[in-house]
Design a protein. Structure first.
Length: 310
């Protein structure tokens, strides 16, 4: 990379910037062959040299099936993204590591993924009844024939098997869009999994951390209306009350923003809260012992006064 450009917001100049190499990018699929409708997980690393170690970068992943690319941050030199393929085929996923400020491509990697059709069990055909009449008239009548027969055998079978109608393979999706978090209290840099339900399949949902908006990434809604993003919280996130907002579309196709509260604590604060709970229990025991000792001392004092009065 030429000197004098910007890497993740770290400005460089011709006179002061040291030489540094482009990032070493890796990309690996958890499974190189997946079924249609099953999540494909892609992860890897992006390691920068020299001053690039403090830069901000992001991974833009094109899963090669014509859907919108997924953008996730690179945290501690690694990234992870999931994708649900809607059709079978051989696809090439491309990972591009970009400068988070200028958008310049710093490195890339490709991974081959094969998507197979889910095998559907075959059903045995229902036997078809024969059209043979239930009884056959005798060739010679036992009595003189009458001008017209009293009974005529039916030309078709008296009973016809009804064709069975298989139930619908899946019920229509319904309900309001909703979001849940893997944990409601986390520290900066912790991993969080955000799960949504009842979003329109095939659309792209965006995951944003508020109050100061920070885009955590995007993901494509699966055929069952679910969408999931696993990502590390920014290490620069400020401790306090925050909100995770998932911007997507309802099952009807109308836009919707679903919110879920999140508390970001300072490092070690969660453990400190747990220690306070233990200390409070011990304090209650000490207070109880002190009350008993005061009662005993009071009874002893009253008895001494009675003895002195006699």
């Amino acid at each position: 990379m030429d000197r004098g450009t910007s890497l993740g917001g770290v400005p460089t100049t011709l006179n002061t910037a040291p030489d540094y190499a482009l990032p070493v990018v890796t990309a690996t699929a958890a499974k190189t062959t997946v079924d249609v409708g099953t999540d494909a997980v892609l992860s890897g690393t992006s390691v920068l040299a020299a001053i690039g170690n403090g830069a901000l970068t992001k991974a833009v992943i094109d899963f090669g099936d014509g859907t919108a690319a997924v953008t996730v941050p690179v945290a501690d030199g690694s990234y992870t993204a999931t994708h649900n393929y809607a059709a079978k085929g051989a696809f090439t996923a491309t990972v591009a590591i970009k400068d988070a400020v200028s958008g310049a491509v710093l490195g890339s990697k490709t991974v081959a993924i094969t998507v197979a059709e889910v095998a559907v069990p075959t059903e045995s055909a229902t036997p078809t009844p024969t059209s043979t009449p239930t009884s056959t008239p005798s060739a010679t009548p036992s009595a003189p024939p009458t001008p017209s027969p009293t009974a005529t055998p039916s030309a078709t079978a008296t009973a016809t098997a009804s064709a069975s109608v298989p139930p619908s393979s899946s019920a229509p999706l319904s309900g309001e869009a909703a979001v849940t978090l893997s944990s409601a209290v986390l520290a900066p840099g912790d991993k969080i999994t955000i799960s949504g339900v009842n979003f329109k399949p095939g659309t792209v949902a965006e995951f944003v951390l508020h109050s100061k908006p920070v885009t955590l990434g995007t993901a494509t809604v699966a055929s069952d209306g679910t969408v999931t993003l696993s990502v590390n919280l920014p290490r620069t996130a400020v401790a306090g009350k925050h909100t995770i907002v998932v911007d997507g579309r309802r099952l009807s196709g109308n836009p919707v923003k679903v919110r879920s509260p999140l508390t970001i604590s300072a490092a070690g604060q969660v453990a400190a809260i747990e220690r306070v709970g233990v200390t409070s229990n011990a304090t209650d025991k000490v207070i109880g012992v002190a009350v008993v000792l005061l009662l005993v001392a009071g009874v002893s004092f009253v008895n001494l006064r009675r003895v002195g009065g006699h």
